[in-house]
Ligand binder design. Structure first.
Ligand SMILES: CC(C)(COP(=O)(O)OP(=O)(O)OC[C@H]1O[C@@H](n2cnc3c(N)ncnc32)[C@H](O)[C@@H]1OP(=O)(O)O)[C@@H](O)C(=O)NCCC(=O)NCCS
Length: 311
């Protein structure tokens, strides 16, 4: 059976920086409160979901040295499309001249992990080159006057290129789940701003992320001590710390970008992955654990072996 390998990665962040000091100036909040409760110091805001997705995808294709005309499928994860119809993937495909199919996934902040598992499956069924891009611009759908959400979110896109290679499987274990009964804890009413029950979402995020990561590790037959890098969804530093504690994973083995980006929804994991690769934090054969949690409520985890692994 053909196996997938990640051969390209990319990230796009808007130029505009929104600092805690900027928020302090217009909201009843403080740098101290935001840092203590979330670990966030600044976020990047602006741009469009499609524009950021195009930028990140172009970078991932270029790093993979791949001609857009040979792509078989583009999957875009987004919870914040610029328009409901058509799919953001079609717009990205048109802009970059990609060949193949194009589809969107909307699974909250877990969307990238969902799309990665789907892409891996697509390669197992015979597709040769699949691009997975996650792009979100949540800053557009939060009430700028609501201190309980406005301080949390930023905008970004991240992308990876998967290619079929002979060799050992990349995806060793995964876990996907959803609890639609809890959907009203985090949602955007039609035409309105995001509503979130922060305290309850926090509680569930810790519990579900840790349980999902454990399930994926078990499926992969990997012990947590073997994980070289944990790439969690970047919503809140305290959530990541609590998850690491539950898993028995030292924080030094976690990739952290939340301080500079805020919560960029489904883009956070691929942006963190791209930065980890560029910083030289991943070597051939390393085991990587990714875990996300978000609106839906959804959760998803994946255990990957990094690099191309000849048979
Ligand atoms: C939102 C979040 C940071 C709030 O932190 P918390 O420790 O749970 O704080 P609470 O919501 O209990 O609020 C504590 C107090 O701070 C206040 N507060 C809320 N936002 C504030 C802000 N930006 N600045 C100052 N005070 C704020 C609240 O009004 C509350 O005041 P009260 O006690 O007088 O009612 C936290 O709940 C969280 O991160 N939740 C998960 C969010 C998330 O990750 N969502 C996306 C998942 S994908």
């Amino acid at each position: 059976m053909p196996c997938a390998a990640i051969t390209g990665w990319g990230a796009a962040l808007p130029d505009q920086v929104l600092t805690n000091a900027d928020l302090e100036a217009r909201l009843d909040t403080s740098d101290r409160w935001i840092v203590e409760r979330t670990g966030i110091r600044e976020r990047r805001v602006g741009g469009t979901t499609t524009g950021l997705a195009v930028q990140a995808t172009r970078q991932a294709l270029s790093r993979a040295g791949m001609d857009p005309a040979v792509v078989d499928l583009l999957i875009v994860s987004t919870n914040t499309p610029d328009q409901p119809v058509p799919a953001t993937a079609s717009l990205v495909q048109g802009e970059l001249g990609l060949a193949g199919g194009a589809m969107d996934v909307n699974s909250g902040c877990s969307g990238f992990v969902y799309a990665l598992v789907l892409a891996n499956g697509a390669i197992a069924t015979g597709l040769e080159r699949v691009v997975v891009t996650a792009s979100d611009t949540v800053s557009r759908i939060v009430d700028p006057e609501d201190r309980s959400t406005a301080v949390l979110f930023g905008d970004a896109a991240g992308s990876v290129v998967l290619e079929a290679v002979p060799g050992e499987p990349m995806l060793l274990g995964w876990d996907l789940g959803a609890d639609g009964g809890a959907a009203s804890l985090l949602y955007q009413p039609r035409g309105g701003y995001v509503y979130m029950d922060g305290r309850e979402v926090f509680r569930r995020a810790v519990r579900a992320t840790a349980a999902s990561a454990q399930a994926a590790l078990e499926r992969a037959k990997v012990d947590v001590s073997e994980v070289a890098l944990f790439i969690p969804h970047q919503a809140n530093l305290r959530i990541i710390e609590a998850v690491c504690q539950r898993l028995g994973l030292p924080m030094e083995r976690s990739m952290l970008i939340v301080e500079r980006t805020g919560n960029t929804s489904s883009a956070s994991i691929p942006v963190a992955l791209a930065e980890a690769v560029e910083e030289g934090r991943l070597s051939e054969g390393d085991l990587v654990l990714m875990s996300g949690f978000g609106a839906g409520m959804t959760w998803g985890s994946a255990v990957l072996r990094w690099g191309r692994r000849p048979a």
